[in-house]
Ligand binder design. Structure first.
Ligand code: GAR
Length: 191
């Protein structure tokens, strides 16, 4: 239970989930603050979203680290320096190691663009389309060492439409993500 939890967000891409979380905080629907956004791609649009909103952000480019563990060591240290209570992976496209997970036990959440346990790992939206499912969606879960296998906190179903392509389906899944991620973070902070 926190008064106003400090979130450390990890993002690799566009940052629309980060923005949804920031908007929810701004509307006082989510009682938290974004202490820091760590991103790993210099050109990730999430950087611009942080600048626009005045959110502290730092680039930790995985290409500058010789192992996943060394990157995670730096991430852990940086998050601790910023007194982060909960780590929120929002489109973080790196596999995380025990270095980070052990530093924040049960304190790392992830959002994944499928109804887990279906279609874990990379290219979840492509996998769903290729398989031909009629319903997919998104999942918020606690991060454990097994990729996309941690306890599920929330899910939202999204129908696959007959003329969907990866972009159109992913766009609708992301709208569902923006709906469920902020309130799920809020609920989790109360546990
Ligand atoms: C989201 O759809 C998220 O579910 C996915 O990346 C996208 C990031 O979008 N994450 C994964 O695929 C993790 N395996 P965003 O940068 O606009 O929030």
């Amino acid at each position: 239970m926190y008064n106003s939890a400090r979130l450390g967000i990890l993002a690799s891409g566009s940052g629309s989930n980060m923005a949804a979380i920031a908007d929810s905080i701004a509307k006082r629907q989510l009682e938290a603050e974004i202490a820091l956004v760590i991103y790993n791609n210099p050109n990730a649009y999430v950087k611009q979203r942080c600048i626009d909103r005045g959110i502290p952000h730092i680039l930790l480019d995985h290409r500058h680290f010789s192992s996943r563990e060394l990157l995670d060591e730096k991430i852990s240290h940086t998050l601790q320096e910023h007194k982060v209570d909960l780590v929120v992976m929002a489109g973080w496209m790196r596999i995380v190691t025990s270095v980070l997970i052990d530093r924040f036990p049960q304190k790392i959440l992830n959002i994944h663009p499928s109804l887990l346990p279906s279609f874990p790992g990379h290219k979840a939206v492509e996998q769903a389309l290729e398989y031909g499912v009629k319903i997919t969606g998104c999942t918020v879960h606690v991060v454990t060492l097994e990729v996309d296998r941690g306890p599920i906190l929330a899910q939202k179903a999204v129908p696959v439409l007959p003329d969907d392509n990866v972009a159109s389906l992913h766009q609708r899944i992301q709208l569902a993500e923006h709906e469920i991620y902020p309130p799920t973070i809020g609920q989790y902070l109360k546990t």
